[in-house]
Design a protein around this ligand. Structure first.
Ligand SMILES: *Cc1c(COP(=O)(O)O)cnc(C)c1O
Length: 402
């Protein structure tokens, strides 16, 4: 067998297990109404929870940023690529999302993936132990591997099990607790208050990945930690700017010593070209929207959609899969890969795009539809999808009961 034959065999295997994925090509901006692979659909697929990705203010801000700073940054942050737009963004984020810290400082990254590699790689060395929630995002898992620290996985959202692990390891090397704030495929929220208490008791770093909560949670959208009113100098907070904020990029907020260490040591910060300043400029405009009355109004609209859709799901065969947390990610857990694909196809025939998510993105046997809501949906979109789900649930009941 040639090396390419090995790959071809692997691809055939993925197809035979209904695990092959394919990309759909969008001809329209990110919005609830999209044209994808030539079909007009109402999408429940994006992480654009507040509908800002095609907001005219942000589109204009990218254009204005490009006119002022050019199309590209031209270099890494330490070698000339750090613009005024990046500096302003960091100062704004430190103040906006840094309420947990005594001396908050922020650092901007091109992506959340790189930010997580930076945090785990630079703050946890070989002698450290990382305690990682079983359902953490892939970028946190990869960051833990890259750090070469010892990794202990604790059962999902189980602060009691985590406490027992930390007690067993008492007196060992440096410790770091790592968690998603809002879990990306389940939509539930980590027990952050308990995690802060454990971090304080064991003097462990607490890394919180708020990719899905920043912009959505809290009265002013400052995120899940701010919404919970938690404070700790051990907190290392990561938020992304490509989801609710509608642009691209990510940031870390922590005590200034932590941030300075990342500037000096984080390889995914140092050895990469800085994101286009125009994007940082647009991110600043997005934060102004998030903090203002428009952000608040959009969060209210989103919340109403979440309540309505949760009530619909509660009346289907998949009632058990909806988390009670008011987050815009609503999983409909089906189980088998083929069955999840069938339901996604049935909804697509009715004009809805609700993506099926399969392993390895989720644990084996928990294939699901990942329904995500946006403030940009119309109430009628929610009602129509809810009705379609109820109809599909009744059809599933008739054909087979799992
Ligand atoms: C999307 C996501 C990331 C990665 O952020 P990008 O900016 O898309 O690279 C990290 N963590 C979680 C939980 C995410 O959902």
């Amino acid at each position: 067998m040639t090396p390419a034959d090995v790959l071809a065999r692997g691809l055939a295997d993925l197809r035979s297990r209904a695990l092959a994925r394919r990309r759909r090509v969008a001809d329209t901006p990110c919005a609830p109404r999209i044209r994808i692979d030539g079909a007009d659909l109402v999408a429940f697929a994006s992480n654009d929870y507040l509908g800002l990705a095609s907001h005219p203010v942000l589109i204009d801000a990218i254009a204005a940023g490009a006119r002022r700073y050019g199309a590209g940054s031209g270099g890494s942050h330490l070698l000339g690529g750090h613009s005024r737009a990046h500096a302003v963004l960091e100062d704004t984020l430190a103040e906006y999302a840094g309420g947990f810290a005594r001396h908050p400082r922020a650092l901007s990254f091109s992506t959340g993936y790189m930010a997580n590699l930076a945090i785990l790689g630079a703050l946890a060395g070989r002698d450290a132990t990382i305690y990682s929630d079983a359902l953490n995002h892939a970028s946190l898992i990869d960051g833990a591997r890259l750090s070469r620290a010892r990794v202990r996985i604790y059962p999902h959202a189980d602060a009691v099990a985590l406490a027992a692990m930390l007690d067993e390891d008492r007196g060992g090397g440096p410790k770091m607790i790592v968690t998603d704030a809002v879990f990306s495929m389940d939509g539930d929220v980590a027990p952050l208050g308990e995690l802060v208490a454990l971090a304080e008791r064991h003097q462990a770093w607490l890394v919180v990945d708020d990719a899905h909560g920043f912009g959505v949670h809290g009265a002013d959208g400052a995120g899940t930690v701010a919404a919970a009113g938690l404070r700790s100098p051990l907190m290392v907070y990561m938020g992304t700017l490509g989801k609710a904020a509608g642009v691209a990029g990510a940031f870390v907020v922590a005590e200034e010593t932590v941030i300075e260490w990342l500037v000096q040591r984080a390889r995914t910060y140092i050895f990469t070209t800085a994101a286009a300043p125009a994007l940082a400029h647009a991110a600043n405009a997005s934060i102004a929207l998030l903090r203002g009355t428009e952000g608040a109004a959009r969060r209210r609209a989103l919340r109403a959609h979440i309540d309505t859709m949760q009530a619909f799901i509660a009346r289907t065969a998949w009632a058990g899969s909806a988390t009670p947390a008011p987050t815009p990610i609503l999983p409909i857990v089906i189980g088998a890969n083929e069955a999840a694909l069938r339901l996604a196809d049935a909804l697509m025939e009715r004009g809805f795009w609700v993506p099926a998510v399969r392993p390895p993105t989720v644990p084996p046997g928990t294939a699901r539809l990942r329904l995500s809501l946006s403030a940009a949906h119309e109430p009628a979109d929610i009602e129509r999808l809810g009705a379609a789900l109820m109809a599909a649930s009744q059809a599933a009941d008739r054909t087979c009961t799992p």
